[in-house]
Ligand binder design. Structure first.
Ligand code: AMP
Ligand code: GLY
Length: 420
């Protein structure tokens, strides 16, 4: 079977690597891809915002499944255009992807479906925002409404910080914001595949969003992750599925906008149980890298079952019962302006240690691998527990020669602190 993968990050490299292991795969195409993905796929120059061009390419190459990695093409309705042309797609419609594209949409859904989440106010002007602050204490959370690549959220410790965040959001016309109650607890990510009717729990992970060791500094897209997240115990996972995932799947289906793809629930494990912080409508990056390391299924088979609405025929997904851990190497400057073009060496030697180096922002310049983005590599390894996986990941990372790059040295620290 021919498959087209949309995207160019470490997440897509991990998906390509796993899809390429399927005995059912004939040719994998990737747009726009990257040099790591090119080891598994034929890279094609397709403008994914030109839906007609993607539909034509799919027909010309007899592609039977399109896997959409990132959120932007989902929110843009690429899955709808492909489905309208009769193509099987892994990824939700634009209407269902509003779960990620609009925080206000998700908050309103939580209200309708009785899903536990932080109390909130949705405001469309600075005056309403300032007035709403009176109803919340501090800390309080101020969020832009819309896709912001993890950068549109301010956790304000003081009223002044909250007002500054609101001023910022409403400095341009047309802004909308969500103000939220601050939730106490530890965060975990839960992944669940759904075809709109059936669900398939697909693993857990814990991300590291801040740029610096000890979870300090600005938010990023994620500097490292490990899976499983033991803090999400089987009991808490069952609760999250019953109280958050099922009401979401059923409500969206009942309202005529079923969600088909992967629900990535960002959870806060509060003293009163799991609460939804946010939904994403795609796999996490770098969480996908650790999930794919542990997955013991034919990924093509699973994603096709989702796309064709046959998920209910499958048993539970099998994952290795070890731990996978990934450390992101970013280009200096990230999450601000990353330094581009820095040379990268030692990837082959690093993989000889048994690790897997997923590429994100890379390109080839005259045969030399160089940095071409904020997050550049995701160095991923497995071990019997998080400590062993961490040791293996950093052993591989230390073989990589990327002088203009940096990484956190403490990925997995919460779990390691717990288990001693
Ligand atoms: P989001 O983009 O909604 O995932 O928010 C980014 C990060 O901000 C989350 O991963 C949390 O660490 C933090 N955050 C968001 N909402 C809340 C909340 N209501 N209470 C506490 N922390 C939050
Ligand atoms: N690692 C966070 C995300 O993919 O949104």
């Amino acid at each position: 079977m021919n498959v087209l993968l949309i995207g160019s990050g470490g997440r897509e490299h991990a998906l390509a690597w796993k899809l390429a292991q399927s005995p059912r795969l004939h040719t994998l195409f990737a747009a726009p891809g990257n040099p790591g993905i090119a080891a598994h796929a034929r890279i094609v120059a397709l403008d994914v915002t030109d839906h007609a061009a993607v539909v034509d390419f799919v027909a010309a190459q007899s592609i039977k499944l399109v896997v959409i990695g990132p959120e932007a093409p989902l929110v843009d309705g690429l899955a709808d255009s492909l489905r309208a042309a009769g193509v099987a797609v892994f990824g939700p419609s634009a209407a269902a992807a509003r779960l990620e594209g609009s925080k206000a949409f998700t908050k309103a859904l939580c209200d309708r479906a009785g899903i536990p989440t932080a109390g909130y106010a949705h405001v469309a002007s600075l005056d309403d925002g300032l007035a709403a602050l009176d109803r919340f204490g501090v800390p309080v959370v101020v969020k832009a409404d819309g896709l912001a690549a993890g950068k549109g959220v301010t956790v304000a410790e003081t009223r002044e910080q909250a007002e500054a965040a609101l001023n910022d959001l409403f400095s341009a016309p047309g802004g909308e914001a969500v103000i939220e109650e601050f939730l106490e607890g530890e965060e975990a990510s839960l992944f669940v595949l759904t075809d709109g009717t059936a669900i398939l729990p697909f693993g857990s992970a814990q991300d590291h969003k801040r740029v610096g060791d000890g979870d300090t500094g600005p938010n990023t897209g994620g500097m490292g992750a490990y899976s499983p997240a033991l803090v999400l115990t089987p009991d808490l996972e069952a609760r999250a599925i019953a109280e958050i995932i099922w009401p979401t799947v059923r409500t969206l289906a009942a309202e005529g906008t079923p969600f088909s793809g992967v629900l990535y629930a960002g959870l806060m494990l509060t003293p009163n149980g799991p609460k939804l912080i946010e939904y994403n409508a795609r796999f996490g990056d770098p969480e996908c890298q650790v999930l794919m390391m542990r997955l013991e299924e034919d990924l093509l088979d699973v994603l096709l079952a989702v796309a064709e609405g046959r998920l209910g025929e499958r048993g539970p997904a099998r994952f290795a019962d070890d731990t996978a851990l990934t450390v992101v190497m970013a280009a200096r400057g990230y999450p601000g302006t990353p330094q581009s073009g820095g040379t990268i060496g030692g990837v082959v030697s690093a993989e000889a240690t048994g690790a897997k180096i997923f590429q994100a922002g890379t390109r080839l310049a005259e045969g030399q691998l160089v940095a071409a983005g904020g997050r550049v590599l995701a160095v991923t390894a497995s071990g019997a527990d998080v400590q062993a996986a961490q040791t293996a990941a950093y052993a591989a990372l230390d073989v990589i020669d990327f002088p203009s790059g940096f990484c956190r040295r403490d990925i997995g620290w919460r779990e390691i602190a717990r288990t001693g």
